[in-house]
Each structure stands twice: as structure tokens, then as C-alpha cells.
Design a protein around this ligand. Sequence first.
Ligand SMILES: Cc1cc2nc3c(=O)[nH]c(=O)nc-3n(C[C@H](O)[C@H](O)[C@H](O)COP(=O)(O)O)c2cc1C
Length: 165
Amino acid sequence: MKEKHANKPIDPRELRDALGQFATGVTVITCFDQHGKPVGMTASSFNSLSLEPALVLWSIGKGSSNFEAFNSCSHFNIHILKHDQGDLAYQFASKDGDRFADVKLAQGDQNAPAMEDCLVRFECSLNANHDGGDHRLLIGKVEKLQHNDGEALAFYRSKFAGLLA
Ligand SMILES: Cc1cc2nc3c(=O)[nH]c(=O)nc-3n(C[C@H](O)[C@H](O)[C@H](O)COP(=O)(O)O)c2cc1C
């Protein structure tokens, strides 16, 4: 085990690689911006927080082009991706093109863009928004959830992989 000296600042690249050893699922998180335009991004920082009340969390980088939208929204939807949605994860992480191209959204009044095709959809209201260094931590209260059967997409060491449900 290679040890690090506690009084030395942690190298961000090394930290990133170390965090990459932690396998996660992959989500696409959406909201409406101040003008009502759908915005969305791929996020693997999603996690559970509390069962009663039903709370979940994720964090958004302050440098994100969607930062203002998510930092000031009242609702967001978190979509856990299926094993075969790696391309969609890249689409929602890309700086180029329309992230919502060919994405089927639920019709009717929605608090945030609701993608039909996903493993689980958590429809959340904003519960709390905390500072977290170069990110902000957003805590959502789960107002509604919908799930389908299937396998989840996983992210490990910067690569996608399918997981058995
Ligand atoms: C698998 C994966 C997970 C990601 N997780 C996060 C995340 O949790 N939070 C975040 O702010 N950005 C995350 N990103 C980066 C964003 O999806 C996006 O690429 C980045 O913010 C740049 O685009 P933007 O400026 O339009 O947001 C992730 C990207 C990938 C591919």
C-alpha cells in the first residue's frame, strides 16, 4: 500500500484516479433552466442519502455550462441509465450537439424533463443546496419514482460496463 504524506496537498490527478476505483452507476440529471429550456448532464456522483424522508444527492461542478440552471432550479429528475445506454451517457456529457437529440420525453406538465427510456427515474424537488469546494452538493426529495426491469450501466476506471440487475 503506497502511503501519502498527510501534510502534502493531494494531487488532483491522483485523487481522480483513486476515486475512479470506486464503481458507480450512471445517471442523466435534467431540469428546466430559467427560460424553460430543458438541460441535462451525465452524473455519477448520485447517491442515496435518507429513506425517511426520501432524500438523494449528487454534485455539480461549478464550471459546468449547466451550473446556473441546476443551482437555481426547484426540481430535477434523476435517470439511472440501463446497461446499453453508454452512448446516451456520452451524449449528455458532450459539449457538442443537442444533448436531447432522439431522447423521448414524457408528455404533459413536468417539473423537469422526464426521460421515458431509463432504468429508474426519481422525480425530485430541491431539498438543500450546499457548497462543496469546486462543486455544489444538491439534495433532492424524491417526490415520485418509476422503475423498469433490466440491467444497470456501471462506470469504473473511466469505462462503462453492464451490470446484472
Ligand atoms: C460517467 C460520467 C460521470 C459524470 N459525473 C459528473 C458529476 O457527477 N457531476 C458533474 O458536475 N459532472 C459530471 N460529469 C461531467 C458532465 O457530464 C459534463 O461532461 C461536464 O460537466 C461538461 O459539460 P457541461 O459544461 O455542459 O456541464 C460526468 C461525466 C461522465 C462521462
